[in-house]
Each structure stands twice: as structure tokens, then as C-alpha cells.
Ligand binder design. Structure first.
Ligand code: ADP
Ligand code: MG
Length: 417
């Protein structure tokens, strides 16, 4: 979406965070062999920050003087970016902090965002060091897009932000079980998938979602109308990012709700059914516009999935789940859509394996697997019935139990080249 793109300033002051332990433990070597020279040749001044432990980057982000930096670049797997984003959104000045351009260089074993960025550039797929060189090149080009973030509510943890995925069942189990194969690099997911297939099981729970606005209404007319309404406030935002309802009397349901409402010149009445935000009011970050507290029943506009026996539930916010898994082929960086997939119980091991093999090329939807369901959604809620299990957000384990999510279109910025 060319309208929302901007360019990094030149000269550019870049903080480059490297996790020396990610992946095969080679991130620093990869930096020395490829990235240092690429950045120097592009005239990009950068400061190397080597992370020392888990949560180091998150703590740095909470306190950093961001005015010193034009971009924050993460060279690790997706886990380090997850820390950076959540650190930025924990700041009292989150609204400004979340605007800083972020970059990603694949240095870990789970490099899904890097693979997504490469995919969005239109280039044919490459892996490992070739992917790194491609992402280094795109970083040097310095074009900045908006990137969706998804807010995640859990039963007792503070709200989180996710840039990549929410998983339960097969995918979450593989992600976590395969951490012990991290030395195998990106192959850890292939190994993990085969191991988990051998002990395939069913996960019971209740899944519901709010279909994406584009699927609920005639989207184009609404977009155009709201662009007119909001264009004064939205100078830094893509017109396509705005999905508020037309007309001053209907509620503004979009993910940029708060941006619109923070400006008095846009008179949009708050709806009577606006969710009570008591639980999240005190936390930084944008308010959610369609989620109700987890213990309250869902509004009738939500779709409740009839099946309660699943093999997996996977919500994707970007295209790739791993370097070689194009899970959401239609996804773009700021489409404002959660691409929700679930696989119903009853699928055979071989059919599930075929799905994952097809996913390498993003062809799993074309296999016409009767057990695979795909929906574009704005928000979702999942209530697992079993008392124990694994839920992952961006590949990291989070509190197990009821979870809900809502997309915030284009909330952050990402260097996509
Ligand atoms: P990978 O794809 O290999 O899992 P990640 O970027 O996800 O790579 O990093 C894995 C974890 O390593 C993250 O949770 C991060 O907090 C943690 N981490 C960062 N720096 C260090 C360090 N110096 N030593 C150990 N763990 C670290
Ligand atoms: Mg990881």
C-alpha cells in the first residue's frame, strides 16, 4: 500500500539488537559476515546492542530515549521482536513509541516475520543466509510501512501485543516442543511436526470470531466515506487504514478508533454497546473496540464455531508461520485482518502431513481438505476446555486458558523495503 509508506531519514541512526543465543547461536557471526558490510555500504550508521538474557530487550525498550533513534532493528528470531514491541507498548508514551520504524533480520530459528517481509517484496522464496541477505537489502532500502498489531487478552495476565500469530493445539505444541531442536535452525519445525504427528491428539474448546469488517459490510464504500471523515487526523496513516462506519450517528468500530476519537473535530458518538474497558483502562496501549471482558457472553454479531473438537487453531497476522510455512498467503503487512485457520478433529495423520507440506508453497487451501477452515476476522475468542495445555503468541508461551484477540490495523511501523 504505497500511500502509507515513508522513508527512513538519511543519515539514519539505527539501534541493532542482536541475540547471540538465537537459532544456532550464530547471529553475531552472521552480522559480521553480512550485515555490517551491507549497512556500511548503504551509509547506515548503527549501534550494536547485544542482548544478555531473556527480557533484556523488553526492559531496554521501556526505558530507552527513543529520540536518539530513527529505527530499531532486531537480529534474532521472532521472540526478540515480540519483547521489543511489548516493551514499547508498556511505555506511558506508547502512542509515540509504537511509531518508531522496526526492522527484522533473520538470526533465529523462527524467522517468520523476516520471511513475510521477503514474501511481500515479491521475490521468490529463499531460506537461511539468502533470506538474511535479502532482508538486509530491504532494510537498506529503508521504506517503512504500517504493520498491524493484535491485542491479546488472557484471563489474569496483562494485555499483550502480537505481530505474528496466536496458536493452540498442534501448532503451539510443535512450536514449544521443537525448541529443543533449535540447533537445527529452521528445520526444527519440520522435525517437530513429524514428532507431533506420531502422537496426534484432539483439543477440545469453544471458538468464536467476529468476521472482518470487509466481510460484514460492503467495504469499499465505507472506506471511502471514512477517509473523508478522518483525513485531517490521519495524515500519517493510510487512507485504507480507516474502516470507521460512515455517518456521524453510527459507532466508529475500527481499530484506529482512538485516533479518531482523540480529535474533537470528528464527532462520532460512542455506541451504547461499547465494551466496558474497566479491566484495561489503566494499561498503556490503544483501547480495544470490539472485545468484551472474557467472562461476559459474546454479542450476537459474533460467529460461534459449532465444532468443539480441534486439531489446531491458528490465527495469523502476517503471511509466514516459519521460513518455509506460508500459512496465510493472502495476508499483507497492514491488511487489518486476522487470518484464522482451524483444523477440525477427524483429519488423518497423512492428510494433516499433506496440509503442512502444501503450506510450504501456501497451497494448503487449494488442497480442498474438508477439515481445514479459513476465515478473515477482526477479533476472536478461544476457550479451551482442558485444564492444561499450550497457547503461543508469536511463538512464545503465554498463560493457558481463555484468550481473546482484536486486530489494531497499522498500529506499528515496519521497514519492508
Ligand atoms: P529463536 O528463533 O532461536 O527462538 P528468538 O528471537 O525467539 O530466537 O529468541 C529466543 C529467546 O532468547 C527470546 O525469548 C529472548 O528473550 C531470549 N534471549 C535474548 N537474549 C538472550 C541471551 N543473551 N541469552 C539467552 N536468551 C536470550
Ligand atoms: Mg523463538
Amino acid at each position: 500500500d504505497g500511500v502509507s509508506m515513508s522513508e527512513l531519514p538519511r543519515p539514519c541512526r539505527m539501534m541493532l539488537l542482536v541475540n547471540p543465543q538465537s537459532g544456532k547461536g550464530q547471529a553475531l557471526t552472521l552480522y559480521n559476515n553480512h550485515i555490517q558490510r551491507q549497512l556500511n555500504e548503504a551509509g547506515i550508521q548503527h549501534t550494536l546492542v547485544i542482548t544478555e538474557r531473556q527480557n533484556h530487550a523488553r526492559e531496554l525498550m521501556r526505558e530507552a530515549d527513543l529520540s536518539q533513534w530513527d529505527a530499531l532493528v532486531i537480529m534474532s528470531g521472532d521472540g526478540l521482536l515480540y519483547e521489543v514491541i511489548n516493551g514499547l507498548l508498556e511505555r506511558p508514551d506508547w502512542e509515540e513509541a509504537v511509531q518508531i520504524p522496526l526492522g527484522i533480520l533473520p538470526g533465529g530459528s523462527g524467522n517468520a516475520l523476516a520471511a513475510s517481509v521477503h514474501h511481500y517484496s515479491g521475490a521468490s522464496p529463499v531460506y537461511s543466509e539468502e533470506l538474511l541477505v535479502s532482508c538486509g537489502f530491504l532494510l537498506c532500502k529503508g521504506l517503512v510501512s504500517h504493520m498491524d498489531l493484535v491485542s491479546i487478552h488472557l484471563s489474569s495476565s496483562p494485555r499483550l501485543f502480537s505481530f505474528l500469530s496466536l496458536a493452540w493445539g498442534f501448532v503451539a505444541d510443535v512450536d514449544i516442543e521443537s525448541e529443543k531442536y533449535r540447533h537445527a535452525g529452521a528445520a526444527r519445525f519440520t522435525v517437530g511436526t513429524l514428532v507431533r504427528l506420531a502422537s496426534l491428539r484432539i483439543y477440545k474448546g469453544k471458538l468464536a470470531y467476529l468476521p472482518a469488517a470487509a466481510d460484514r459490510n460492503g467495504e469499499e464504500g465505507l472506506r471511502k466515506n471514512m477517509t473523508l471523515h478522518c483525513n485531517n487526523q490521519a495524515s500519517s496513516l493510510s487512507p485504507a487504514s480507516l474502516l470507521c462506519h460512515q455517518g456521524g450517528d453510527t459507532p466508529c468500530e475500527n481499530t484506529l478508533h482512538n485516533y479518531c476519537h482523540s480529535n474533537n473535530s470528528l464527532k462520532v458518538r460512542k455506541a451504547e454497546n461499547t465494551p466496558s474497558r474497566s479491566a484495561i483502562k489503566s494499561l498503556p496501549g490503544p483501547p480495544d473496540s470490539v472485545l468484551l471482558p472474557l467472562d461476559q457472553p459474546l454479542p450476537s454479531s459474533w460467529v460461534v464455531v459449532q465444532e468443539e473438537d480441534f486439531v489446531l487453531v491458528l490465527a495469523m497476522h502476517q503471511s509466514h508461520l516459519a521460513e518455509d510455512l506460508l500459512a496465510a498467503p493472502e495476508a499483507t503487512v497492514d491488511d487489518g485482518i486476522i487470518h484464522l485457520f482451524y483444523v477440525r478433529a477427524g483429519i488423518s495423520r497423512s492428510a494433516l502431513l499433506r496440509l503442512f507440506l502444501a503450506m510450504e508453497k501456501g497451497a494448503h487451501l487449494a488442497t480442498n481438505c474438508q477439515h481445514l477452515v479459513y476465515a478473515k476476522v477482526q477479533a476472536l475468542r478461544l476457550e479451551p476446555y482442558s485444564p492444561k495445555g499450550i497457547i503461543t503468541v508469536d511463538g512464545e508461551v503465554v498463560e493457558y486458558g481463555p484468550v481473546q484477540a482484536e486486530v489494531h490495523r497499522g498500529l506499528s511501523r515496519l521497514i519492508t523495503g
